[in-house]
Design a protein around this ligand. Structure first.
Ligand code: GDP
Length: 200
């Protein structure tokens, strides 16, 4: 399950422009600020891999990173900018939905959810949409290091509440993993999980 090398391959602004080889891929999705760039960098142990997708003009693109020349991590645009114009949000959803519904090499969506806050409507909507459309997915809870000392509710309670709230939209409950890019929690588990889903 080791990551030896990661190469940025391309940014695509339409699903049909994505790489056309048959390598398996995992799509990372989540609210802006959920910790997606940190998680990608922590997975691949490089500081700057996910920076590409943060450059102006690249945030609305599908970014493919090739790992060990054999599988892809795909960085998708973050959702939920509170002040995004309604039209931009519409574009995001048709664009991203098209990707999920048509991408045959998609092994699993890794839906990132911030465990340091109570369940957010936009995350629940996203999880429910993916569940209803039978898109294979894994919940990746981020910022689980905020477990101790934080004010208010604990991440484990937030995680439990989230799973309760989406239950009825899933025939089988998706796998879920707790992570922290600060402490390294969940890195090995997530890499192992992805290698098991790829069958190697
Ligand atoms: P992105 O917008 O989803 O790419 O989020 P970033 O990776 O840029 O992270 C957003 C903010 O959350 C930054 O201030 C990070 O330092 C912080 N952050 C990201 N991951 C973690 C984590 O695992 N634990 C804690 N405590 N903070 C995190």
């Amino acid at each position: 399950a080791k990551i030896k090398e990661v190469d940025f391959v391309k940014s695509s602004n339409r699903p049909k422009d994505c790489p056309k080889d048959d390598r398996p891929e995992f799509a990372m999705l989540g609210r802006s600020n959920v910790g997606k760039s940190s998680l990608i960098n922590f997975l691949v142990r490089k500081k700057d891999v996910a920076l590409t997708s943060k450059k102006p003009g690249k945030t609305q693109l599908i970014n493919h990173f090739l790992v060990n020349k054999s599988w892809y991590i795909v960085d998708l645009p973050g959702y939920g900018f509170a002040n995004a114009p309604e039209s931009a949000r519409m574009d995001w959803s048709s664009f991203t939905k098209g990707y999920f519904l048509n991408r045959e090499t998609l092994v699993s969506v890794l839906l990132l959810i911030d465990a340091s806050v109570p369940p957010q409507k936009i995350d629940l909507d996203c999880a429910n949409w993916l569940g209803r459309n039978n898109i294979p997915m894994t919940f990746v809870f981020t910022k689980c290091d905020k477990m101790k000392g934080g004010k208010g509710r604990r991440p484990d309670q937030n995680i439990q509440d989230f799973q309760e709230l989406i239950r009825e939209n899933y025939r089988q409950h998706p796998p879920w993993i707790m992570t922290s890019s600060v402490t390294g929690l969940g890195r090995d588990e997530l890499l192992l999980h992805m290698s098991q889903l790829r069958n190697y």
